[in-house]
Design a protein around this ligand. Structure first.
Ligand SMILES: Nc1ncnc2c1ncn2[C@@H]1O[C@H](COP(=O)(O)OP(=O)(O)O)[C@@H](O)[C@H]1O
Ligand SMILES: [Mg+2]
Length: 594
């Protein structure tokens, strides 16, 4: 389990925390490694195009120093043709390079997204209690997109830029050491400008990141409470607060932009200064015949190439920073392990043969929380039904959470056919017992596909049989099975969704069902339909039903009333009514309301 600090951990906090560069680098490297061939080929094109790029000033020097003084037209044409060919090949190689990088980058992106989705499916409820799925998915998309540039451009061009910088110096030194040393005098200035820029922009970047997370935290807090804010006319206040943070973020971003502009201008200034120095001093040396005109021109051409990588530095820095913060967030998710895993040799169950038993089970969600379930015991025999009723927050859903091993109880035992739950394979447990939840998730697709839980191998006839078995033919006469469900089923009413979930439970053909009934109000017509379906399910399956509408569970073999985590009353509907306790009051209240 996690420590106490983890319990209150949220996304905005994790944006503020320090990036673990080493671990993130290891993860990014791990992603790139399988694509080593793509990168190797890219390197080849990169090397070829770089050599060509470095070659052209030398060709120019040859033209000026050899072809022109010799007044050799033929040589002149050959050299110019070589220069032209050089540029053409440079473009061709560069094209190959881009194509290769785009393809490799796409492959890494696809692999990363696949890996993340697969990983997230292994994580359990404690994880999803902390993160909302929508935000997680948005995060996978946007973080992966931030990494794309790193994989397609930066990773490889940074390498080239550093290499080119030094090789250019080496070539210049080879042709004229003194002039090169003269040019090198500007290097300390460049180094200082770069380091100041790197330092300042990193600080600003961290500020922007913090403010961005503050804004997203503020938004998610306030958007979820929007109805409340509007009800009390507090929107204006919230908007003003948000504006203030937004303004600070804008200012920090503006400063970052200004830094980049100042950096550019300084470097742009240095370029003509260097050229002037080379022309002035080098020109003097040329007059004294110490160097050739060709060498002078070659130096001028190289100076341009020298400053190019420095210009790109600011771009690289921002991409690397963005990539590392995205990579860090991805690494944090990938590090998560499911809280509950199988023991070394788990038992596989195919169905419940005899009984499900809770023996004095105690549970709390976090070490500092109060007990949510306090010594709950019950035995559900195969073929029988147990209804759990009670006030909201009483602990009913927690009981199903425990049965499905979404959480582990701190005390007590849960047994299936006498085997302790921790010894049973998680997968086989969830195959053996069907769960129909309060928040019914519907996939985008047709109703029919949803009833089959998106498994097209299930024949239509099975679905029609299931509908008939639980008596919902009339409902589906008015509601087409071909109807498209939009995202999360927002175009279906709560009642319709429940009907779908009941049929789905029937289609999946699980012997044992746990059903957590939705609280939402349903029209009397749909309620009657659901009642019919429920009665039929109750007689056909082993069921645990958490019910809010007591009319649906009157026929359950046993009814258990839970309040504040404790079983307060239990027995059949008739017995409980005769007892005249909480249940009977509850029932009369609901019945009276209707
Ligand atoms: N994931 C969770 N983390 C912390 N507390 C929780 C969590 N889920 C439920 N609780 C708390 O446990 C108690 C019982 O909740 P629950 O079992 O959902 O009740 P019911 O289903 O009867 O309405 C409530 O006080 C609720 O606030
Ligand atoms: Mg509940």
């Amino acid at each position: 389990m996690h420590g106490g600090s983890d319990a209150h951990y949220d996304e905005s906090q994790d944006q503020k925390e320090k990036i673990n560069y080493k671990a993130t680098f290891r993860m990014l490297y791990g992603l790139m490694r399988p694509e080593y061939r793509g990168f190797a080929i890219a390197m080849l094109w990169l090397g070829l195009s770089s050599v060509l790029n470095l070659l052209s000033p030398i060709i120019a020097k040859y033209l000026i120093d050899n072809a022109i003084p010799a007044k050799d037209y033929q040589l002149l044409i050959i050299v110019v043709a070589a220069l032209f060919l050089n540029s053409l090949l440079f473009l061709v190689f560069n094209y190959f390079l881009r194509m290769r990088l785009v393809r490799t980058g796409q492959q890494i992106m696809t692999a990363l997204k696949k890996k993340m989705h697969a990983h997230m499916l292994t994580l359990d409820l404690p994880f999803y209690a902390q993160y909302s799925v929508g935000r997680l998915m948005a995060r996978v998309q946007s973080d992966a997109a931030s990494l794309y540039e790193l994989f397609t451009e930066t990773s490889i061009t940074i390498f080239r830029d550093i290499l080119m910088f030094f090789v250019t110096f080496a070539i210049m030194a080879f042709f004229n050491l003194r002039l090169t040393l003269l040019l090198a005098a500007v290097l300390p200035v460049v180094a200082i400008v770069c380091s100041v820029f790197l330092h300042k922009s990193t600080t600003l970047f961290v500020t922007v990141r913090k403010l961005a997370s503050e804004i997203s935290g503020f938004l998610s807090e306030h958007v979820s409470a929007i109805a409340l804010l509007q009800a009390y006319n507090r929107e204006a206040m919230a908007a003003a607060k948000l504006n203030a943070v937004n303004k600070r973020k804008f200012e920090a971003e503006l400063s970052a932009e200004m830094m980049a502009i100042i950096f550019y201008l300084t470097i742009i200034m240095l370029s003509p200064v260097s050229i002037a120095v080379i022309l002035g001093v080098g020109g003097g040396w040329a007059l004294e015949n110490k160097i050739t005109i060709g060498t002078l021109v070659m130096f001028i051409l190289y100076i341009d190439r020298l400053f190019e990588p420095i210009f790109r530095l600011s771009e690289h820095v921002s991409i690397i920073q963005r990539s590392f913060s995205a990579g860090h967030r991805i690494a944090r998710i990938m590090e998560r392990r499911p809280a509950i895993t199988d023991v070394a040799k788990p038992r596989f169950i195919h169905s419940v043969r005899e009984s499900i038993e809770f023996r004095d089970v105690w549970m709390k969600y976090a070490p500092d929380d109060p007990w949510v379930i306090k010594g709950v015991s019950f035995t559900l025999k195969k073929g029988k039904s147990l209804a759990i009723v009670g006030e909201t927050g009483g602990g009913k859903t927690t009981i199903t959470n425990l049965l499905f091993k979404f959480y582990t109880p701190q005390k007590g035992r849960i047994l299936i056919d006498g085997t302790d739950l921790p010894e049973i394979s998680l997968k086989s447990l969830r195959m053996a017992i069907g769960l129909v939840q309060q928040d019914i998730y519907l996939f985008p697709g047709t109703i029919m596909q949803n009833l089959k839980l998106m498994d097209d191998a299930v024949p239509d006839a099975l679905v029609h049989d299931a509908i008939k078995t639980i008596g919902l033919e009339t409902f589906f006469k008015h509601h087409s099975l071909g109807k498209q469900v939009v995202e999360k089923g927002v175009n279906l009413s709560a009642g319709e969704k429940q009907v779908v979930s009941l049929v789905r439970a029937m289609v999946l053909n699980q012997e044992v069902l746990a059903l957590d009934e939705a609280t939402s109000h349903i029209d009397p017509y749909t309620e009657r339909l659901i009642n019919t379906a429920m009665q039929r399910l109750l007689t056909r399956k082993t069921m645990i039903v958490i019910a809010h509408r007591l009319s649906t569970i009157k026929t359950a073999d046993e009814i258990m009333l839970i309040s504040e985590g404790e079983v307060k009353e239990r027995g059949s509907h008739q017995a409980l009514m005769a007892q005249g306790g909480i249940y009977s009051k509850f029932y009369k209240l609901q019945f009276g309301e209707n």
